[in-house]
Write a protein that binds this ligand. Structure first.
Ligand code: PBG
Length: 335
């Protein structure tokens, strides 16, 4: 016997509200806007340099002057935030990581250049020692262990220099314990009352960071892995506890990272805390979509837009994504 639906068919026909683009738009619950995008960019030294990152097709390392051009382009597209990651000269990487709080390091120079150019875009920075560390870790390594409290002191110095350079949103991505409270106290003490902290609260020890480590030149340097400070991909409750802790220490916004494999975490965080929640669609996620698209295996543009919309559906208020300019152009109908 053919299957007989028990649903009140044809009273309920779900296809009625899918019949045309107009009706589909009318009933759509979640949308992506340019205001949801944060654009991560890689800064390197030199002048007039735009150098492709091999493992991230379409992504460049740019010298400071080119970063200013990129920031202007992003602002013109309506992208609200640009996030700076330095590719540091290997000669400047030490086990003491002193370059991290050099007021004239690449990240701070790029921040000042964007601010001096008067571009209407918020600048976000990254706080962690890995771009400056001889062994590629986010914290100091002493006798083979990543030491927490000494690292936090260094991160506070790094964050203060970023605030002095004019950063609007500080993004601690190091996963040391107690860093948010320490940074918030230092920022308040130094009069940086409006400097925001977007904490990478729930950051997992992920294989999806591979291309980023190439982009910042940390892959060769990294000794071992980051599993003693980044989260175990098997956990969720811990993510909620980390977020609760960071909010109580003074975070304004929180982040889940990576993005696509962790949408369940985004949903739980948003439902539990109802605070500004972001996801980082990381380098490996970007590389997978680009690689498949370049091989003609998927429609890259559609996959990009679908992946970004899914973050909104999962409860995120915004997304850090290497696709930011491409997505903004698509949203504006620019080809
Ligand atoms: C490290 C940092 C990483 C990323 C942002 N900040 C890599 C890591 O933890 O090893 C990854 C971003 C990406 O993969 O796009 N402080």
């Amino acid at each position: 016997m053919p299957y007989q639906s028990q649903a009140p068919f044809p009273h309920t026909r779900f296809r009625r509200t899918r019949q045309s683009p107009q009706i589909r738009a009318l009933v759509q619950e979640n949308t992506l806007g340019v205001g949801d995008l944060i654009w991560p960019v890689f800064v390197r030294d030199g002048e007039g340099v735009e150098e492709p990152v091999a493992s991230m097709p379409g992504v460049m390392r740019r010298s400071v002057d080119k970063i200013v051009d990129a920031a202007r382009e992003a602002a013109d597209l309506g992208i609200p935030v640009i996030c700076l990651f330095p590719y540091t000269d290997p000669a400047l990487k030490t086990s003491g990581c002193e370059e991290a709080w050099n007021p004239d390091n690449l990240s701070n120079r790029a921040t000042r250049a964007i601010k001096d150019a008067g571009i209407d875009i918020a600048v976000m920075s990254d706080v962690a020692l890995d771009p400056y560390n001889a062994d590629g870790h986010d914290g100091f390594v002493v006798d083979g262990k990543i030491v927490n409290d000494e690292t936090v002191e260094a991160l506070v110095k790094q964050a203060l220099e970023q605030a002095r350079a004019g950063v609007d949103i500080i993004g601690p991505s190091d996963m040391m314990d107690g860093r948010i409270g320490a940074m918030r106290a230092a920022l308040e003490a130094e009069g940086f009352k409006d400097t925001m902290l977007l904490s990478y609260s729930a950051k997992y020890a992920s294989a999806f960071y591979g291309p980023f480590r190439d982009a910042v030149g940390a892959s060769g340097a990294l000794k071992g892995d980051k599993t003693t400070y980044q989260m175990n991909p098997g956990n969720t409750d811990e993510a909620l506890r980390l977020i609760e802790r960071d909010l109580s220490e003074g975070a304004d916004m929180v982040m889940v990272k990576p993005g696509m494999p962790y949408l369940d975490i985004c949903r739980r965080v948003k439902e539990r805390f109802a605070v500004p929640t972001y996801a980082y669609q990381v380098s490996g996620e970007y590389a997978m979509i680009q690689a498949a698209a370049l091989n003609g295996w998927i429609d890259g543009e559609k996959a990009m837009m679908e992946s970004l919309l899914c973050f909104k559906r999962a409860g995120c208020d915004g997304i850090l994504t290497y696709f930011a300019p491409a997505a903004a152009k698509k949203l504006h109908g620019v080809r």
